[in-house]
Design a protein around this ligand. Sequence first.
Ligand code: MG
Length: 284
Amino acid sequence: MTAGELVLSWGAVTHEGRRRRVNEDCYLAGDGVFLVADGMGGHDAGEVASALALEALSPLRGVTQVDPDVVVGLVATAQARVRGIDTGPGGRGAGTTLTGAVVAYQDEVPYWLFVNVGDSRTYLMSGGTLDQVSVDHSEVQQLVDAGLLTEQEARRHPRRNVVTRALGADDTPAPDFRYVPVVLDDRLLVCSDGLTVELTDERIAQVLLDHPDPQQAAGRLVDEAIAAGGRDNITVVVVDVTGAGDARDRSATSPREAWGEPDEDTVPSGAPAWGASTSGQEDA
Ligand code: MG
């Protein structure tokens, strides 16, 4: 599979919800980069944090040979910029989550390079099945892992908003990375927790199945999250693989790797680009 054969279509919607005055979420979509950041911190620092973090990652746009070390370096840059935000005397400091995928080629085979810090989420729908590929860095996830909470209870837990890793936190956060081969008809969902606290994974999957157009799917998910309460900012990016050359069965390619050290046998190239689009189509 060569670079010119991969075609992606995407849609994106962000909304402040019904309870928050300010939208502290931010997204970056297009040129092979699909990321969501959910900022936190008083005095409007959250919206600055999420925007700064994505701006730091924007040089990845259009780069086909993405070296994981470069991603790690840009995340460190984002961390430094977010920590540098002045939140004033007594300010709590600013922070942001970061999640999503970057298209990266290895031996001319396209992969999703997934990245995650915090409790925003990246999902992959393949063959009609929706799987969460990111692992939440949150207190409630730790309780779920320990068998002390169910997923359903976690979504209503009073400390559901407490993240255990974020960009801007005191320690340099270790982002999770994961490579998964890109397959024709894959659909990615990248979203902030404003979606997942309102809708179950089952409902999200049904909406994705019912709306083949990615922009309509993103819009419907946000509408339903607002109708369900809209207690937080809501951001949804939906990405479809609509062309993938000699698409192959994912099981015939390399197995899904566990979160951990990604392959480093790649070289970065390409020029920085920065922009925003709510939907689009591209040959990645
Ligand atoms: Mg949020």
